[in-house]
Design a binder for this molecule. Structure first.
Ligand SMILES: C[S@@+](CC[C@H](N)C(=O)[O-])C[C@H]1O[C@@H](n2cnc3c(N)ncnc32)[C@H](O)[C@@H]1O
Length: 286
């Protein structure tokens, strides 16, 4: 069948759900990913046809279900690096790139020990792997409770030739993991789950129905559950002057400042993202 005819079917089926420009963009992303046919190639050969239509028609069905394009092609980009994604991991977000950038701008002065970093709730491994690539002398560790997510993160470390030590750990039960609790880190960074159940209705269906709820949601009654556990861990497991970085819920900046104050952190800084939302916080251990 001619690709142009398939593009026409895409518009027929999807223009009611997406903007037609977005439909074109999806069509070309899939044509390139599945058949290596770029937009320019098709413009130059409008009669181009494919025999095996299964993939592109399956892509159409998944788009009809509002599945994110990154899951359909299995790839995304973060901090200029390629990452594999599937439904066991959150699709890395641009605001998390800002967090990585912030960490990179706060590298502690060179010490005589090797710098150690821990990423808590690593998902696709995007934070840990980007830091490992840009801080080549540091030893980077990352943990997640999900073994499926860790499989994706390990694949991504290999893909990017980054060295990261991955661990399957439940941060809410970290006291039970002696190996980890004995260790000290210069930097602890985390983008833990932070969306309250009551915020679900503001979310787009493509996120709600496809991305892992384990990565997203916390109970309304205790929205800082992960932050409390990680801050407590950081108090005992940061080196002198060590730094703690979080991505945060934009509505909970004030509570996060208080949490770090209550644990005697110094140099606390709340930072907004490019959309002027409170999105990150850092503190230094006293
Ligand atoms: C918001 S996602 C962040 C993923 C990735 N770091 C990123 O920034 O794209 C939160 C991650 O925390 C993990 N997680 C959820 N509960 C956890 C727990 N109890 N202990 C450790 N990790 C947990 C989830 O599996 C998920 O990968």
């Amino acid at each position: 069948m001619k690709l142009k005819a398939i593009q026409y079917i895409y518009h027929q089926e999807l223009d009611a759900i997406y903007d037609p420009n977005e439909v074109d963009s999806f069509f070309f992303i899939l044509a390139e990913s599945f058949y290596n046919i770029t937009r320019i190639k098709l413009a130059m050969n409008p009669e181009l046809a494919i025999d095996d239509m299964e993939k592109i028609l399956n892509g159409l069905e998944r788009l009809k279900n509002e599945e994110p394009i990154q899951y359909i092609i299995g790839d995304t980009e973060f901090f200029g690096l390629p990452f594999k994604v599937n439904q066991n991991v959150l699709i890395p977000r641009p605001e998390t790139e800002e967090l990585v950038d912030w960490v990179l701008n706060h590298q502690p002065p060179t010490t005589n020990h090797q710098l150690t970093i821990l990423d808590i709730g690593t998902g696709s491994g995007c934070i840990a792997i980007s830091l490992a690539k840009h801080m080549q002398k540091a030893k980077v560790y990352a943990l997640d409770v999900s073994s499926e997510a860790l499989n994706v993160a390990k694949l991504n470390a290999k893909l990017n030739e980054a060295e990261v030590g991955f661990m399957e750990v439940d941060i809410l039960k970290i006291e039970e993991r002696k190996g980890v609790t004995d260790f000290k880190f210069d930097i602890i960074v985390s983008n833990p789950p932070y969306v309250r159940e009551k915020e679900k209705e503001q979310m787009k269906a493509n996120v709600l129905n496809n991305e892992p709820h384990l990565a997203l949601f916390v109970e309304d009654e205790d929205p800082l559950q992960f932050y409390k556990a990680i801050t407590k861990f950081a108090v005992n497991n940061l080196t002198d002057n060590g730094l703690l970085f979080f991505e945060i819920n934009e509505y909970l900046g004030g509570d996060m400042v208080q949490l770090l104050k209550d644990h005697n952190f110094m140099n606390i800084e709340l930072k907004q993202d490019i959309f002027k939302k409170d999105r990150m916080i850092k503190g230094q251990i006293a």
